[in-house]
Design a protein around this ligand. Sequence first.
Ligand SMILES: [Zn+2]
Length: 110
Amino acid sequence: MLVRRLAHKLGYRYRLHCHDLPGKPDLVFPRRRAVIFVHGCFWHDHHCPKGRKRPVANAEWWDRKLKLNRLRDEAAVIALENAGWRVLVLWECELRAQDNLTDRLRTFLG
Ligand SMILES: [Zn+2]
């Protein structure tokens, strides 16, 4: 995965998919008390063209399901922040501009 490779290249040490943390963050940086989520736009209901797309069949069911996913994501961020973690959410649609991504990782992780 791109973010993983990039973080590694920048020299940050992380753990993967920490199951005892709310929302199971994709990358966990214990020493920096920081976590990163990498969200797919569709499954996590991003406000972008890809994220707003809905399957034609069962549109209402999907709408509810994806909205629940988003609410669960938001609750996880709040729970993490309350526990003293810093949280960065990266979206699938943002990962193309790699320079920008490098800057964001550096800014976030320090
Ligand atoms: Zn998106």
